[in-house]
Design a binder for this molecule. Structure first.
Ligand code: ZN
Ligand code: ZN
Length: 417
């Protein structure tokens, strides 16, 4: 008895769960009796051994048309009929555009309700439910045949969802050009530092004395590029507040507020920042779009530097590093992928770590860098804090824009609830 293969028509819909992406078709081919593997669209031979489901690359939720879940779970499994008959209204609309779905329990298998469309009989499984599914499959003592079968389906579903090859860490396969450009800029500026073309020593102030370091206006007086200071020193900027303004280029070093994030105190600081920027930045860039991501990163970096100058007015060492911008990117990442785990290879063992662990590692890393890299500077905690706050405040606005955009590009927008 073979279940009929559903027609392979595309679901052109916004993800009903996170609404941040359109559903992407995913083809699965039977490789053994009840084992399935993902195949590329080119490999689709159009035969009955290939099933197409539709998944969200951001939240990893997946849509199963009627019959697909049972077909994938195995012939004897009647997972779709194992749904508890009682239901509650769901907040999500059917990706096929029928109407609002209903939430059903899947007794003995999973505690969180599963969304089910009563019109087209399709089922939506959330990405995070895969963890619960995986856990529930290890529970013992399920006697009821229906439940056992449902459990078998859940084992399959858990396996499938765990190996969802739409990478957790990299939702869309685009090149993160902005992240690459920023990393290149950071490396280039560090090279300029090593060559002595950019010299942090120029920024060392005589506290209370003006000017500290050379200013743009001084170039005319025979100073060279190498004499310029590119990092603000809070203690000396303090005395320039009165002269801030566009006419003051020759008098103040306020422009250092826009250049300081390009400079670093040492190799470890630089490479650490590049690493974290790449880990988190590529996904955020993909999700935000390039232009928005550039503005977002610069905003976090500048707000962070500005806050540091305002709040630590008596420090005498220059404020440097891209950490404020990276803190903003991390806040964005936490907003966008709160349940995400990142793969991390530690001593040849691949670990899967939650995002917040990374956050702690990063904070710890900054603290260590502050202790060892620069003798008197320490960590620019305020720049981290305000960069992070900027990211946390601005990301929801950007995500709202993104959701509206996706809703316009698909045939079936998700319900805006
Ligand atoms: Zn989603
Ligand atoms: Zn439907």
């Amino acid at each position: 008895m073979n279940a009929p293969v559903p027609p392979r028509d595309q679901v052109d819909a916004q993800c009903p769960a996170c609404r941040l992406h359109a559903l992407v078709p995913m083809l699965l081919r039977r490789i053994e009796h009840d084992r399935w593997a993902q195949v590329e669209p080119e490999e689709d031979t159009g035969d009955d051994e290939v099933v197409q489901i539709d998944a969200c690359p951001v939240c990893n939720g997946a849509w199963f048309d009627a019959g697909e879940l049972d077909l994938l779970a195995g012939e004897a499994t009647d997972l779709e009929h194992a749904l508890d008959p009682t239901s509650h209204p769901s907040k999500r609309g059917c990706p096929r555009g029928c109407s609002v779905m209903r939430e059903h329990d899947l007794p003995g298998v999973i505690r969180t309700p599963v969304d089910h469309c009563h019109t087209c009989k399709g089922i939506w499984l959330d990405g995070h439910e895969r963890h619960k599914l995986a856990k529930s499959t290890t529970r013992e003592g399920q006697q009821d045949v229906k439940q056992r079968m449902a459990r078998r389906g859940a084992i399959w579903a858990a396996q499938l969802l765990v190996q969802l090859p739409v990478e957790v860490e990299n939702p869309v396969h685009t090149t993160p050009w902005v992240v690459i450009s920023i990393v290149t800029a950071l490396l280039s500026c560090f090279a300029l530092q090593l060559l002595g073309i950019v010299d942090l020593g120029n920024c060392a102030p005589g506290l209370g004395d003006l000017p500290s370091g050379a200013m743009f206006g001084d170039l005319a007086d025979g100073a060279t590029f190498a004499d310029l200071c590119f990092a603000p020193v809070a203690g000396s900027l303090k005395h320039q507040w009165g002269r801030l303004g566009f006419g003051a280029i020759g008098e103040g070093s306020w422009y250092t507020l826009t250049t300081h994030w390009l400079l670093h105190g040492g190799w470890a600081h630089l490479l650490g920042n590049c690493y974290f920027l790449y880990i988190f930045g590529d996904n955020v860039e993909t999700l935000f779009g390039r232009r928005r991501f550039v503005l977002f990163f610069l905003g976090a970096a500048l707000i962070g530097g500005f806050a540091e100058v305002l709040l630590t007015q008596n420090t005498v060492s220059p404020i440097i590093g891209a950490s404020g911008g990276i803190a903003g990117v991390m806040a964005a990442y936490l907003w966008c992928f709160p349940r995400n785990k990142l793969f991390q290879v530690v001593l040849f063992v691949q670990l899967k770590l939650p995002v917040w662990v990374y956050l702690f590692v990063w904070v710890g890393f900054q603290a260590v860098m502050g202790l060892f890299e620069t003798s008197d500077a320490g960590v620019a905690w305020f720049s981290h804090l305000f960069g992070f706050a900027f990211g946390a405040a601005v990301t929801p606005l950007i995500l709202r824009m993104r959701r509206r955009e996706i809703a316009k590009t698909v045939r079936t927008p998700a319900l805006a609830l």
